[in-house]
Design a protein around this ligand. Structure first.
Ligand code: ATP
Ligand code: MG
Length: 262
């Protein structure tokens, strides 16, 4: 797989919970790193799901919270992901739940993650930031630190309701904090091509966002849901499964889009 000219930093965000942010982050990161690219996952969610899915310890250790608070260097909290020579993780940790409150009084509170990533980004081709299901200061830190934004969306009835708020926040970020931030695209997750409602919501998304909707969609697939219980990703444990194949296709589409944009 081709290396980008410079490090590309992605935020995977949607303030709606359970839409596939973490599943997307870890599988696409694993897919790219299996292709020989150097990839870092930043687990910015106090739930620590991305750390769990990558089999990285995260409960009572230093992690991204300490980095945001300035009490640890990012290079000292990075962990290797077993079985993936080119994949690293900045784990979440339990204290991260306090970050939204404790960041408020800090200097340049929106830029804490960006400043930390600036120190290590040259070591990676791609960095993926997995966000919590909210538009609070953690997600704002991710927006400020990244160039590309991916929004996983589950094609169901309420899917579009929070999207306006999310895109307004993105526009605000672009005008005030990070003019480089690009809305790369919407990813349809847990997509059932035989379900009428899913088809309707998908059609609405394509009508509004055209080519900003990824061509590849992710089907509902049991392997994707099971893999975290093995501390691993579907692309690692069962690369031939339907779910893993869809993320491998997504990784190829992503690289193609980035190349076209360069
Ligand atoms: P949160 O907002 O809580 O961080 P999230 O947006 O990160 O959630 P995930 O944790 O990735 O969402 O997914 C929610 C649940 O759905 C998980 O149990 C996950 O294993 C499952 N899941 C995600 N994608 C798929 C899929 N394509 N097929 C089947 N199950 C899936
Ligand atoms: Mg998650």
């Amino acid at each position: 797989m081709a290396k980008p000219a410079s490090t590309r930093i992605f935020t995977v965000a949607n303030q709606k919970g359970g839409v596939g942010k973490t599943t997307t982050t870890v599988n696409i990161a694993a897919a790219l790193s299996m292709g020989g690219l150097r990839v870092l996952v930043v687990d910015l969610d106090p739930q620590g799901n991305a750390s769990t899915a990558l089999g990285v310890p995260h409960r009572d250790i230093e992690g991204v919270y300490d980095v945001l608070m300035g009490s640890a260097q990012i290079s000292s909290v990075i962990q290797k992901v077993a079985g993936f020579p080119a994949l690293d993780c900045v784990p979440s940790n339990s204290s991260l739940a306090n970050a939204e409150v404790n960041l408020v009084s800090m200097v340049a509170r929106e830029l804490r993650l960006k400043e930390a990533l600036d120190e290590i980004s040259p070591n990676y081709d791609y960095i993926f930031i997995d966000c919590p299901p909210s538009l609070g200061l953690l997600t704002i830190n991710a927006f400020a630190a990244s160039r590309e934004l991916m929004i996983p969306i589950q094609c169901e009835y309420y899917a579009l309701e929070g999207l306006t708020d999310l895109l307004n926040t993105v526009r605000l970020m672009q005008s005030k904090l990070n003019p480089e931030l690009e809305f790369l695209g919407i990813l349809r997750t847990m997509y059932d091509k035989r379900n009428n409602l899913a088809i309707q919501v998908s059609a609405q998304l394509v009508e509004h966002f055209n080519e900003q909707v990824f061509y590849v969609s992710i089907p509902r697939a049991v392997r994707l849901a099971e893999a975290p219980s093995h501390g691993s990703t579907a692309v690692a444990i069962d690369p031939e499964s339907a779910g893993a194949q869809s993320y491998l296709r997504l990784a190829r589409e992503l690289l193609k889009r980035l190349k076209e944009a360069e």
